[in-house]
Write a protein that binds this ligand. Structure first.
Ligand SMILES: NC(=O)c1ccc[n+]([C@@H]2O[C@H](COP(=O)([O-])OP(=O)(O)OC[C@H]3O[C@@H](n4cnc5c(N)ncnc54)[C@H](OP(=O)(O)O)[C@@H]3O)[C@@H](O)[C@H]2O)c1
Length: 275
């Protein structure tokens, strides 16, 4: 991430400061990217105000961006439906030396090229929201594997978490279903766990603490242990013990596994529909 730290030469334009745009900008600011190198366009003044205070250049619409500005990175963080309808207006902000990066689910490189004809270098990146605390998983796809932008992209996105490339654009649908949408599944599992704790009779704050801290602690153990996920599960499961009794129900007939698979398949299908 050294290449961009406090370097205002590489100007980054972010269009859309919603959940994902904000997660990315917050992550970059936390990693020491100079706020004055970031330019944000968002149609909500309330979104712009907090960034303006931090020194980010903010604009309520594209017309307000000075014609003389030139950007190394153009990060598109709008909803796919909005991109398909109205991003042509941003085309003038892209020049030969800009890299267009889209974090939108589903929208392909060829669609982006047709919507933004000025864009010579187009990259897709699928982030997830833990990026805002540097714990994201981010996956990139680029047509030209030897692009001059590879180092810049890796620097920008590995500062937000773990960064991986895929070489087949089709894989971006599965990536979206797994790591892009995945935090929501993890949060839903946690929510169900809290509800279960309450139904077992624990008072509300304790139910919340126990379920939440168990998820957080288990994730940290998973991260730090040399043992794999199955071994860690077996370590907790004594024969004929309480955990085994619980797991036998959770794992019976693969109902949970199949439901999770159906969830991921539905997300992938939606990504395909958006493309
Ligand atoms: N959220 C996630 O976890 C996640 C994960 C991976 C990828 N993504 C991708 O990230 C992209 C953005 O998602 P999001 O959840 O951040 O969406 P979002 O919260 O709706 O953020 C988009 C922001 O852009 C603003 N906006 C809309 N049209 C505009 C325009 N023409 N000019 C300027 N600003 C405009 C929106 O304002 P309004 O609210 O007024 O419309 C909103 O503030 C999507 O393509 C999504 O697929 C999201």
């Amino acid at each position: 991430m050294t290449s961009l730290e406090n370097n205002v030469e590489n100007k980054i334009l972010v269009v859309g400061g919603g959940r994902m745009g904000a997660a990315i900008i917050n992550g970059w600011l936390a990693k020491g990217i100079a706020p004055e190198s970031i330019f944000l366009i968002d149609q909500n003044q309330s979104v712009l105000d907090s960034y303006k205070e931090q020194g980010v250049n903010t604009f309520i619409n594209v017309e307000n961006v000075p014609i003389s500005e030139s950007f190394s990175v153009f990060l598109l963080a709008l909803k796919p439906q909005i991109i398909l309808k109205s991003i042509n207006e941003f085309n003038r902000l892209i020049n030969l030396n800009s890299c267009l990066i889209s974090v939108a689910a589903g929208i392909t490189v060829s669609t982006l090229r047709s919507l933004m004809p000025n864009a010579q270098h187009v990259v897709r990146v699928m982030p997830n929201t833990p990026a805002m605390i540097g714990k994201g998983v981010l996956v990139g796809y680029i047509e030209e594997q030897k692009s001059a932008f590879i180092d810049l992209i890796e620097g920008l996105f590995s500062s937000l978490g773990k960064f991986y490339w895929v070489t087949n654009e089709e894989h971006m649908h599965s990536v979206t279903a797994i790591s892009g949408s995945g935090p929501a599944y993890a949060f839903y599992f946690t929510q169900c766990f809290i509800e279960s704790a309450k139904k077992l009779g624990l008072p509300e704050p304790l139910a919340q603490h126990l379920a939440l801290e168990t998820i957080i602690g288990s994730s940290a153990l998973l991260d730090q242990s040399d043992e794999d996920v199955m071994q860690l599960r077996e370590n907790v499961t004594s024969p004929n013990g309480t955990t085994q009794a619980g797991l036998e129900t959770l794992m019976s007939d693969n109902i949970f596994m199949n439901q999770l698979l159906a969830c991921c398949e539905a997300a992938k299908e939606r990504s395909i529909q958006l493309s």
